[in-house]
Ligand binder design. Structure first.
Ligand code: C5P
Length: 402
């Protein structure tokens, strides 16, 4: 188990996202970590110490001045006896206290007293998040070496939308595993393709598509977060290079295939790129507008990267995952695609205009393997990535045990 024997001090502050921290406790313990919980007064308005204690299997600490708590576990020991301190949700108020070095309750005191690495998972209303005070506090905390996961953008509890949602428990787990080293995918190699391809027509024009690269980049980040040595082969996108990932920038499908082959061997390959099926026979010079009929484009077929990586042989990754972006008959077409390309899993997603998947942050997907179809609820692309990375890790763990 990835976090076997690791000790986490989880500080839960007062925000609606506190309920997700209960799931976080469960996920950490499943992975072998011991979790000691501190709750602020505010947190106790949202969830009870009893719920946290039931899940952590340990006393929950709430009071700086409690004689019993202090005699059992002083706040200094509480801070010192962890391998990592996680603040989730980290409210704007607690971030401000941390930045200012205040110690007016147990949570703030433990944070001031610890010399262990700290991971914060901010959660707050989008206007509080964007406020210059919060951003300045955050910049200060990050300059002191604190690590952050999230917040994600999406619908917030108050009916508004924007950045402020706490990262999902699995994303926080991945960040914890990355910080403590030895994530579940440590020692594994992952290859991910992402973005569109640009196929030249002449030296200045090209054929492209609407892929944003958001999903593929998020998958590479999630796999790296679990400790995999990750190569991301990306077509041109506006997405920043994910931290901890080796990114190879390419333009055309043929360049993408060559970069993928160079990145092998890999334990897992995830092909999320929207590779152009055809390329034009590119003109060596810029096509000139002349009187008469417009030039005809002669298209030739591009290599299929997914099919090529799926070919049996000793360089085939143990797990090959493809995407099927469909606008109709989603599952049927995705199943056919899985068989035709020879990959192990297909992540099927609806890219009809109504679904808003292309360029958007959300994705509703179905995971298709040899056993059948699993429908996932609507999730952000980052959440899809975290789930998929978790599934990949569990698959490879099972294979290694066979
Ligand atoms: O055939 P289609 O493009 O719908 O298949 C989608 C899947 O195949 C995606 O995983 C995509 O990354 C991959 N693909 C590829 N090379 C191509 C075409 C698609 O890797 N030339």
């Amino acid at each position: 188990m990835a976090l076997q024997g690791r000790r986490i001090l989880l500080i839960i502050a007062g925000g609606i996202a506190a309920y997700k921290s209960l799931d976080l406790i469960r996920r950490l313990r499943e992975r072998g970590a011991s979790v000691r919980v501190v709750m602020t007064q505010g947190a106790q308005r949202f969830i009870t110490p009893l719920s946290a204690a039931s899940l952590s299997g340990d006393t929950v600490y709430t009071d700086l001045f409690s004689l019993t708590e202090e005699s059992e576990m002083g706040h200094l020991r509480l801070a010192g006896e962890a391998d990592l301190v996680v603040v989730a949700p980290a409210t704007a108020d607690l971030l401000a206290k941390m930045a200012a070095g205040l110690a007016d309750d147990l949570a703030a005191t433990a944070l001031l007293a610890t010399d262990k690495p700290i991971l914060i998972a901010p959660a707050m209303n989008t206007r509080m998040w964007r406020n210059a005070a919060t951003q300045a506090n955050l910049a200060l905390l990050e300059s002191r070496g604190m690590r952050r996961v999230g917040p994600n953008a999406g619908p917030l509890a108050e009916g508004e939308s924007g950045p402020g949602r706490m990262a999902e428990p699995l994303e926080i787990v991945a960040a914890i595993e990355q910080m403590l080293g030895g994530g579940v995918l440590a020692g594994r190699r992952a290859l991910v393709t992402s973005g569109p391809t640009f196929e030249p027509i002449d030296p200045v024009r090209f054929i492209a598509n609407r892929s944003s690269g958001k999903q593929g980049h998020a998958i590479a980040a999630a796999l790296a977060g679990l400790g995999a040595e990750t190569v991301l082969v990306s077509g041109p996108t506006a997405e920043p290079d994910p931290p901890g990932v080796r990114v190879v920038h390419v333009e055309s499908a043929r360049e993408m295939l060559a970069a993928c082959e160079k990145a092998l061997p890999a334990d897992v390959a995830v092909c999320a790129a929207a590779v152009a099926d055809w390329r034009a026979e590119a003109a060596p010079q810029k096509l000139k507008k002349k009187n008469g009929p417009p030039p005809a484009l002669k298209l030739v077929e591009n290599p299929d990267i997914l099919a090529s990586l799926s070919k049996p042989g000793n360089r085939r990754p143990r797990l090959v995952v493809g995407f099927a972006a469909e606008t109709e008959k989603l599952i049927e077409h995705a199943r056919e695609k899985r068989a035709k390309k020879g990959c192990d899993w297909i992540v099927a997603n609806d890219v009809s205009a109504a679904a808003g998947t292309f360029g958007g942050d959300a994705n509703t997907v179905h995971l298709i393997d040899a056993g059948g179809v699993e429908d996932w609820p609507p999730l952000s692309k980052r959440e899809v990535a975290a789930r998929l990375a978790d599934r990949i890790a569990r698959f490879l763990e099972r294979k290694a045990a066979e």
